[in-house]
Design a protein around this ligand. Structure first.
Ligand SMILES: *[C@@H]1O[C@H](CO)[C@@H](O)[C@H](O)[C@H]1NC(C)=O
Ligand SMILES: *[C@@H]1O[C@H](CO)[C@@H](O)[C@H](O)[C@H]1NC(C)=O
Ligand SMILES: *[C@@H]1O[C@H](CO)[C@@H](O)[C@H](O)[C@H]1NC(C)=O
Length: 403
């Protein structure tokens, strides 16, 4: 059997990996001194997720000379989109779901300035936030690790982004954030999980740069992240007697999103996920994205339906949610649409949007008549012109005919 060079490199790296010592596992999302995120008095917690902003993108031919008013207007327009959606929805939390910048177009000396621009509308409104980084956030002059460290140092009051595990510097943004029913609650009512789907966009603008093989995989690292998920899930179960319902954010969609796309679901279908961008190398499916997916299934069986949604960006013309027993083990997979004026535009994605998740304690089974029930979450797309659409309730009744 012919092995791809990249796979050989991966196998070699794996073979020489030092044996890991196993310190006592900790619940990584419980951080002393960090402000607790809570549901409000009415039991609501609302998340707005923005993806594919592409700040700092040079329009036109992408040459170094193309920094100009067009580019500045593009980024200002993206800030207006975020401001409009935030003022309309008034969320409790913002998720930047990747491709914040167009990293191959930025200079090292001021690249983080584009993060400031991307977070500005959220920061101005004092909304806590965190990030799941995208492929365009990795390039020769900047990478996920630099962005995480800059964000932590600059926005320590509002940022919840961490790097618990994963290959540095391209794939280290893997972590979870708890949300509690109220300030005194000990067991979280919801866990937001964030994963780093890696990949690397080569180039500094002066021609393609060296792309390390290990940085060019378009899926969550199978070596470190599934073990982390399992460890944290088991520790949650042991500590709290349950694994709280989960919302998952990852920039590049899991491979299972591709067959789900053909099902009838509300939202844009302009840009159906391309398998070659998820677990494929050289037109060959490697299966290396499956360890991550299998851990999502394990997280969802706590009991069944525990994963409310897995949400991605990456494909700007996709803005639907779908679920199928046959394809995704009934775990809903959603797309963010397109919140930026940077990046390519498809026919139906010209009106920019964010995706909203409206959570309620009753829907999560935290306050109820005591009957065990499968958690649900309401989600819709919220557009820059103040309209909303594609509202659905993700849960056991969603797309029942396929489940
Ligand atoms: C893909 O296949 C081509 C042609 O066989 C080869 O030159 C190239 O190195 C391969 N790329 C990877 C990532 O395996
Ligand atoms: C970074 O520097 C370039 C070149 O001087 C400039 O055109 C651009 O506006 C700067 N970007 C930021 C975010 O400061
Ligand atoms: C699921 O798969 C089974 C076995 O292939 C098939 O019979 C069934 O029609 C499928 N159901 C749906 C809803 O696609």
């Amino acid at each position: 059997m012919l092995l791809l060079p990249a796979l050989l490199a991966w196998a070699a790296a794996r073979a020489v990996a030092a044996p890991t010592s196993s310190p006592k596992p900790q619940l990584k999302g419980i951080i002393k001194g960090q402000r607790k995120l809570t549901f409000d008095a009415a039991g609501n917690f609302k998340v707005v997720s923005f993806s594919d902003m592409h700040f700092g993108e040079r329009p036109g031919d992408g040459s170094w000379a193309a920094w100009g008013p067009e580019h500045i207007m593009q980024d200002a327009a993206t800030q207006k989109v975020h401001g409009a959606v935030l003022d309309h929805e008034k969320p409790d939390y913002v998720v930047f779901n990747g491709d914040i910048i167009t990293g191959e177009n930025v200079f090292a000396f001021n690249a983080t300035g584009y993060l400031d621009q991307a977070y500005a509308p959220t920061v101005a409104r004092k909304i806590p936030f965190s990030v799941a980084h995208g492929n365009h956030d990795n390039a020769n002059n900047i990478n996920h690790q630099i962005e995480i460290e800059y964000e932590q140092a600059t926005y320590s009051e509002l940022s919840y982004t961490r790097s618990d595990v994963g290959p540095k510097p391209y794939g280290s943004g893997n972590y979870w954030v708890p949300v509690y029913a109220h300030r005194k609650a000990v067991v979280p009512a919801l866990i937001m999980w964030f994963f780093d789907s890696r990949a690397f966009v080569s180039g500094t603008g002066n021609g393609p740069g060296p792309v390390p093989d290990a940085a060019n995989y378009y899926w969550v690292d199978p070596e470190t992240v599934p073990a982390y998920m399992k460890e944290q899930r088991e520790l949650m179960s042991k500590t709290w007697g349950k694994v709280p319902p989960a919302l998952i954010f990852v920039h590049i969609p899991v491979q299972k999103a591709q067959p789900l796309a053909s099902l009838p679901s509300a939202g844009d279908h302009d840009d159906e996920p391309n398998p070659s961008a998820q677990g494929f190398l050289n037109n060959t499916y490697t299966g290396l994205d499956l360890p991550f997916w299998n851990e999502i299934i394990a997280l969802s069986n706590q009991p069944a339906g525990n994963v409310l949604a897995v949400t991605s960006g990456h494909d700007h013309g996709e803005s639907w949610c779908a679920r199928s027993l046959n394809i995704s083990a009934s775990i809903p997979i959603c797309f963010n649409g397109h919140s930026g004026y940077g990046g390519y535009v498809t026919k139906n994605s010209a009106l920019r949007n964010g995706r909203v998740f409206a959570l309620n304690l009753r829907d999560l089974g935290v306050t109820s008549d005591g009957a065990a029930k499968i958690p649900v979450v309401k989600t819709w797309n919220s557009y820059e012109d103040g309209t909303t659409a594609e509202e659905v309730v993700l849960g056991p009744d969603y797309m029942k005919e396929f489940n």
